[in-house]
Design a protein. Structure first.
Lengths: 214, 271
């Protein structure tokens, strides 16, 4: 595509896949950097480990009736402020992962400013689990995160609640978002969820992406 | 990969033997995907399942083809399959881009699903960068087709009758005239990979593509879906007596999810 000044540039495309990516020339330094990052990510990715202490044998799936997942800093902070306390909840697990955007602390005593992914269990009812995931799970790690977390649970009769936030500016509506009263709640639910939802459902054409969607 | 929808009553998984699989490539202007949206919406196709895959960016929303309050709350994800047995048509819609380095894995899994489900043929809707056309391609129709050798035998004659133009091969090294000619589909996403793999695996595949640029691609989607309709006759193109033309554009139903494609309303305080 020619620009106003006569130079030819590759136009960015919504298509998302540029076959020229494969053929793009890299300097030796670029190649080395890319290789190191991939090695670090995929070595550590083998350690996308879920360590959960369950009452019985470590091989058995966790019995879980309710699983609440808070994704992102706002949702994690909500749980820390209003739900979690050291009297009623105990830490039972952690997911360790690494990508270029964040690191998790390997300790379970984390500060609110750290990025982490911790699992808690309600002491009075050990089938109620809670997950605070404030670290960024990259798109090529999301599937593995899900498989690890849900793979270790007995899913019969399980109810999952996912809490997350999105910027108001991303909300598509007929009026301008300037006039919208925010923050506001919207929900998506599967048809198996029969209980009353506490807020309106998310209207088309709005969508949810990334880990909450996964 | 393919997970059938639970329709209740223990019904068997859908049978696609002998069906035509229609699917988009995620390509420039998302024209293939928009065209597939028009097909699903107009033919009111029923969802029969989805692809469980780690190759596409996850997304979820409510029913993009909702027509009323009652049918607006069914969840919809990034790769879903719709079917219309009366026309022996099965449609795959892809709604998000590929995760980096995962597109090859997706192509392999997709083609092996095509073979195991015994689809008769695959029709891939795609697009290519308009600015990469050569001088000859700038003239005439912006629409092109490609057929794998197995499908060429079956329908090559029909393409001649329709007076369609086959996608030209280009010189591997532009500027040097006596080099080999290769297939080049810039901006076409996985189109070329799927096509070349289908050729070598004996799958009957047709590619229908349009040259276009990023922008408002709704008109491109209509042009592409009408092109498809010339061949597959999915909807009847009525002759309009007043304007004396066959223009079936108005008969394609735009899905409700196409609202607000270019952003929200403007704040009144702006004026």
């Amino acid at each position: 595509m020619a620009t106003f000044f006569g130079e030819v540039v590759v136009a960015p495309s919504r298509a998302g896949l540029d076959e020229e990516e494969e053929a793009r020339e890299e300097t030796p330094e670029d190649r080395e950097i890319r290789r190191e990052i991939e090695k670090k990510r995929y070595q550590r990715r083998g350690r996308l480990r879920l360590d959960i202490r369950s009452g019985g044998c470590a091989e058995e799936p966790l019995v879980c009736s309710r699983f609440i997942v808070a994704i992102g800093r706002n949702a994690a902070a909500f749980l820390s402020s209003f739900i979690l306390d050291s009297v009623c909840w105990e830490v039972v697990g952690v997911v360790k992962l690494w990508n270029e955007w964040c690191r998790t602390s390997s300790a379970t005593n984390v500060l609110p400013t750290d990025s982490f992914c911790l699992f808690y269990r309600l002491i009075s009812d050990p089938t109620v689990l809670l997950c605070q995931c404030s670290c960024y799970v990259a798109e090529d790690q999301q599937f593995q995160w899900l498989e690890k977390v849900f793979g270790s649970m007995q899913k019969k009769g399980l109810q999952v609640t996912i809490l997350s936030t999105c910027p108001v500016a991303d909300y598509k509506t007929q009026e301008s978002t300037l006039t919208l009263v925010s923050p506001f709640l919207k929900a998506l639910k599967t048809k198996e969820f029969q209980e009353q939802v506490c807020c309106p459902l998310l209207e088309q054409p709005n969508i949810v992406r990334d880990l909450p969607a996964a | 990969m393919f997970i059938p929808c639970d329709r209740g009553g223990g019904s068997a998984a859908p049978d696609f033997k002998g069906f035509t699989l229609l699917m988009p490539a995620v390509s420039v202007g998302n024209v293939g995907q928009l065209a597939v949206d028009l097909v699903i919406s107009t033919l009111d196709m029923a969802k029969v399942g989805y692809f469980y895959t780690d190759c596409l960016v996850p997304m979820v929303g409510n029913n993009p083809y909702a027509t009323a309050e009652e049918n607006s709350t069914e969840l919809s994800i990034n790769a879903e399959v719709y079917s219309l047995p009366s026309k022996k048509l099965v449609v795959l819609q892809i709604r998000s881009p590929f995760i980096k380095n995962k597109y090859r894995a997706f192509c392999e899994t997709l083609l092996s699903w095509v073979k195991s489900s015994k689809c008769a043929r695959v029709v891939l809707l795609s697009s290519s960068h308009a600015y990469q056309r050569d001088d000859e391609q700038l003239l005439g129709t912006p629409l092109r087709y490609l057929l794998t050798p197995d499908l060429e035998k079956a329908v090559g004659g029909r393409m001649q009758e329709l007076n369609w133009k086959e996608m030209e091969k280009v010189a591997a090294y532009p500027g040097i005239s006596d080099t080999d000619k290769v297939l080049h589909i810039p901006g076409g996403g996985i189109t070329k990979l799927l096509f070349t793999e289908s050729c070598s695996e004996g799958i009957q595949m047709a590619v229908l593509l349009k040259f276009c640029s990023e922008g408002d691609n709704i008109p491109d989607a209509f042009v592409l879906v009408n092109y498809l309709n010339e061949w597959l006759q999915l909807i009847k193109s009525e002759v309009s007596t007043s304007s004396n033309s066959t223009d079936p554009s108005s008969q394609w139903k735009i899905p409700s999810s196409w609202r607000l494609l270019f952003g929200n309303g403007l704040p009144p305080a702006l004026f």
